[in-house]
Design a protein around this ligand. Structure first.
Ligand code: FE2
Length: 434
C-alpha cells in the first residue's frame, strides 16, 4: 500500500487530509478526563451524557476526576437514543445558559453527536437544519471553530469520538441526516475499554457490526481520486473517499472484528476480546472519519425510521427501536453483493480480513464470498435474519428505498452508482438470508 492512489481521474483530487483528535486509549483512562480538561484551560464544563449513564459509575469517575482537577461540571443528560433536532436545540440552549467553556461527553454515538451539534449551534447560531446538505438543508458550512470537546466513548462501535460527523434525526422527515465539518472534530478522545465490561451481549453484537460496517464501507468506498478536487484547502471535507490512511486503519479494524466479535459477544468476561473490539471501534472511527461510509449506512436510516413494532433486548427504551448497528448490517450482505462488481479486489480482501476462506476465489466471486462471511458472523452473534428479522416484508421495500434515497452524499461515496430501483433491489435481497 503506497502513499497515494495511482489511478487519477479527470478533475479528481490528488491529495487528501487526515485529522483525528489527540487520542488516549487504555483501561482506567477515564480517570484522566480532569487533567486533560485542565490542560485545555477549561474551568467549567458541561458534562453531556444520557439518563442511564448519569447515575452510573462511569459518569461518577469523570465527575470525580474533573473535581480533583478543580473543574466545575454541570450535567446535561436530556439525550435520547437517536437524538433529534429538538434535542440539539435544548442542548444548545443549555450550553448558552450554563456558561461552560467546553464539553466533556460521556456516552455512545447519541451523546457524542449531540455534543458536537450543540457546540456548533452554540458557537455559530442558526437552526441545525441549515447545516444539513440540500435538499433537506441549505448546506451551510460551519464557519469556524467551536468550544473544546473531550469525547469519552462508552461503547465499542460508534467511533464518533474520532470523527467530525454528527448524525441527527429530523423528526418531521422521519429520517436522519449528517452534519460534517472538520470544526466538529473533538479536540481529545478518551477510549477506556473498562466501559465495555458490563455491556449486554446484544449491545456488543450491534455495536460490533457498526464498527465492522464502518471499516468495510471505508475500505470499499469510492477512491478520493474519484471525488472532485477542491480549490480551497479549507473546504476539503474529511468525507473524501477511500485513501491510504483510511485503508490502513480499516484493514486492522476488520481483522480485529472478524476475530474477536463472536468471542466478545459470547463471554462478557473475555477482556481480551472486548478490549480488542474497543480498539477496533476506535480504528474504524478514525477510518470513516477520514473517508466516509456509503450504502449500508445510507440504507440503514430508512430501516431505523420505518421500523415496525419491534423491541430490542439490551437497550433501555420502551418504544419500537432497531439499534443502529443492526439497522446497518441487516442489509449489508445484499448491498456488498451489489457493490462488489465495482471493486472486486477490495471486497475479496475485506472478506479475507474478516476471516473468510477466499483461497481460489476469483474477482467474480467477491460479492458472494464477502456476503457469506458477513452472514456467518451475523449467525454466530445472534443478529436478526435480514430485514424480515426486524419486522419488514416485501411490501415495505419501496418505502425503505424512498426514505434512504435522500442520503445522496453517502450514496455518492459508494464504489458503484445506484438509483432508486437499485436500492429497492438491494432491500429485496436483504429480506432473509438463511
Ligand atoms: Fe455507524
Amino acid at each position: 500500500m503506497g502513499c497515494q492512489y495511482f489511478e487519477p481521474s479527470e478533475g479528481g483530487a490528488t491529495s487528501y487530509t487526515v485529522a483525528m483528535p489527540k487520542l488516549t486509549f487504555g483501561r482506567g483512562t477515564l480517570r484522566e478526563a480532569g487533567v486533560r480538561a485542565a490542560s485545555l484551560g477549561l474551568k467549567r464544563v458541561a458534562l453531556f451524557t444520557d439518563p442511564f449513564l448519569e447515575v452510573g459509575p462511569l459518569v461518577a469517575t469523570v465527575n470525580e476526576s474533573l473535581a480533583a482537577s478543580g473543574i466545575e461540571s454541570v450535567v446535561f443528560s436530556d439525550i435520547r437514543i437517536e437524538p433529534d433536532d429538538d434535542t440539539v436545540t435544548r442542548a444548545a440552549k443549555f450550553l448558552a445558559e450554563c456558561k461552560a467553556d467546553g464539553i466533556v461527553s460521556v456516552g455512545g454515538g447519541s451523546v457524542i453527536d449531540t455534543a458536537k451539534a450543540a457546540l456548533m449551534v452554540d458557537a455559530h447560531g442558526g437552526d441545525i437544519r441549515e447545516y444539513f446538505a440540500p435538499p433537506v438543508g441549505k448546506g451551510k458550512p460551519v464557519p469556524g471553530p467551536v468550544a473544546p470537546h473531550i469525547a469519552c466513548a462508552t461503547t465499542s462501535g460508534t467511533g464518533s469520538e474520532c470523527t467530525s460527523i454528527s448524525v441527527i434525526r429530523v423528526n418531521d422527515l422521519n429520517t436522519k441526516f449528517v452534519v460534517a465539518s472538520p470544526h466538529l472534530l473533538p479536540l481529545q478522545a478518551i477510549v477506556d475499554p473498562q466501559c465495555c465490561d458490563s455491556l449486554p451481549a446484544n449491545v456488543v453484537a450491534s455495536t460490533g457490526f457498526d464498527l465492522l460496517c464502518h471499516a468495510l464501507e471505508c475500505y470499499t468506498a469510492r477512491a478520493y481520486t474519484q471525488h472532485l478536487e477542491v480549490t480551497d484547502p479549507n473546504a476539503r471535507q474529511l468525507i473524501q473517499g477511500a485513501n491510504p490512511f483510511s485503508d490502513l486503519s480499516a484493514r486492522e479494524a476488520l481483522s480485529i472484528v472478524g476475530k474477536y466479535l463472536p468471542r466478545g459477544v459470547a463471554d462478557s468476561t473475555d477482556h481480551e476480546a472486548r478490549d480488542q473490539l474497543m480498539w477496533g471501534a476506535t480504528l474504524a472511527g478514525i477510518a470513516f472519519g477520514n473517508s466516509g461510509t456509503h450504502l449500508p449506512h445510507a440504507m440503514s436510516y430508512g430501516v431505523t425510521h420505518l421500523m415496525n413494532n419491534i423491541t430490542s433486548e439490551g437497550y433501555p427504551v420502551e418504544s419500537p427501536f432497531v439499534p443502529h448497528g443492526i439497522s446497518v448490517v441487516v442489509s449489508a450482505p445484499s448491498i456488498f453483493k451489489y457493490t462488489a462488481e465495482a471493486q472486486p479486489e477490495r471486497h475479496l480482501e475485506g472478506a479475507g480480513f474478516l476471516g473468510a476462506d477466499n483461497k481460489g476465489a476469483t474477482p467474480d466471486d467477491a460479492g458472494e464470498v464477502l456476503s457469506k462471511r458477513l452472514i456467518e458472523l451475523m449467525r454466530a452473534t445472534d443478529i436478526p435474519n435480514g430485514l424480515s428479522g426486524v419486522g419488514f416484508n416485501t411490501d415495505n421495500v419501496k418505502a425503505l428505498a424512498e426514505s434512504s434515497f435522500r442520503q445522496q452524499r453517502a450514496i455518492a461515496n459508494a464504489p458503484r452508482e445506484s438509483n432508486l430501483v437499485d436500492l429497492e433491489n438491494m432491500y429485496s435481497g436483504a429480506l432473509k438470508y438463511w
